[in-house]
Design a protein around this ligand. Structure first.
Ligand code: THU
Length: 130
């Protein structure tokens, strides 16, 4: 599984986004150690706070299937605005629960096809851990 293929899977997952309130559609593709990929999209709710981000949808699908070790996640999303869809703080914290911050990669693509890759430790320095 290469990074471009993972991005393509995130683009496909974005088609399933349920975002009638923000119209900000996001897709994610999470690569587990062992090679299996779990996709996710954002799922909004009329009461707003029950909404779930694409990244957490992918993580919760994977963990509920027994996965605990992850290599990377690709995230694509937005309206027609430029810029990368960087994961929100809550999703970064969920990633930190299961991933090594020095190794887990977050691969982003903007709406012009530009890509950037971060390590989790760059996006969540000094993240909370018990
Ligand atoms: N959203 C995600 O799914 N992932 C992100 O990384 C940022 C934001 C969703 C939440 C909400 O449904 C919409 O995008 C606008 O915030």
């Amino acid at each position: 599984m290469n990074d471009m293929k993972l991005i393509e899977m995130a683009v496909k997952a974005r088609e399933k986004a349920y975002a009638p309130y923000s119209e900000f559609k996001v897709g994610a593709a999470l690569l587990a150690v062992g090679g299996k990929v779990y996709t996710g999209c954002n799922i909004e709710n009329a009461a707003y706070s029950p909404s779930n981000c694409a990244e957490r949808t992918a993580f919760f699908k994977a963990v509920s299937e027994g996965e605990r070790d992850f290599e990377a996640i690709a995230v694509v999303g937005g309206k027609d605005t430029p810029g990368f869809c960087t994961p929100c703080g809550v999703c970064r914290q969920v990633m930190a629960e299961f991933c090594n911050p020095e190794k887990f990669r977050i691969i982003l693509m903007d709406n012009k096809g530009g890509t950037i890759t971060y390590l989790l430790e760059e996006l969540l320095p000094s993240g909370f851990k018990l």
